[in-house]
Design a protein around this ligand. Structure first.
Ligand SMILES: [Ca+2]
Ligand SMILES: [Ca+2]
Ligand SMILES: [Ca+2]
Length: 181
């Protein structure tokens, strides 16, 4: 399959004829990105997948995961590059691996579908982040309440003139400690 895409890239942006009509999958006499999209669709169907290969899936294992992104970053050429292939991160057939290719891959990022048990999917990662965020938020709220209670208590006692400077110092210490804990 990899060779099929390399062959397609070799005649990218050429016309039919003289290019072999084999590469012009949508029969518009030009070999280009529309043909690449069709290739990704047809090849996926042929390999038993229900959805097309995504741009950025450098190893064509039907996911865009950290392996694919690492390949792209390692082979990054910027827009002036000329020798990259699908395998080395050129998602649009213009011969480079640049920010356009990287952005496409990040948008298409699925995580490792074929090792779903080992690696959390993006959705569960998001849940994890939200859960951690909520815990932190709760803690901040609790501390703020503790803080408000403390100041209310202090104000009441100051009004009764029952709190000595030493007590205040102790309170402050406890208050600081609660924020550190
Ligand atoms: Ca075409
Ligand atoms: Ca992949
Ligand atoms: Ca490119």
């Amino acid at each position: 399959m990899q060779h099929g895409l390399d062959a397609l890239y070799a005649v990218f942006n050429t016309h039919v004829p003289p290019t072999d009509p084999l590469f012009d999958l949508n029969s518009d006499t030009v070999v280009g990105e529309a043909d690449l999209d069709l290739w990704l669709n047809l090849a996926a169907v042929e390999n038993g997948y229900f959805s097309p290969y995504l741009r950025g899936d450098t190893d064509l294992d039907h996911d865009v995961d950290t392996f694919d992104l690492t390949q792209m970053i390692m082979n990054y050429t910027g827009a002036i590059g000329s020798d990259t292939t699908w395998l080395t991160g050129d998602t649009d057939g213009d011969g480079d691996t640049d920010t356009v290719d990287l952005t496409t891959a990040i948008i298409n990022f699925t995580g490792a579908r074929n090792a779903a048990a080992a690696v959390p999917e993006p959705s569960s990662l998001l849940l994890l982040v939200l859960a951690v965020g909520n815990v932190v938020l709760c803690r901040i709220r609790q501390q703020r309440m503790r803080c408000q209670e403390l100041f209310a208590f202090l104000l009441a006692d100051r009004a009764n003139e029952n709190v000595s400077p030493a007590d205040l110092a102790t309170m402050r210490l406890q208050h600081d400690w609660s924020f550190r804990g």
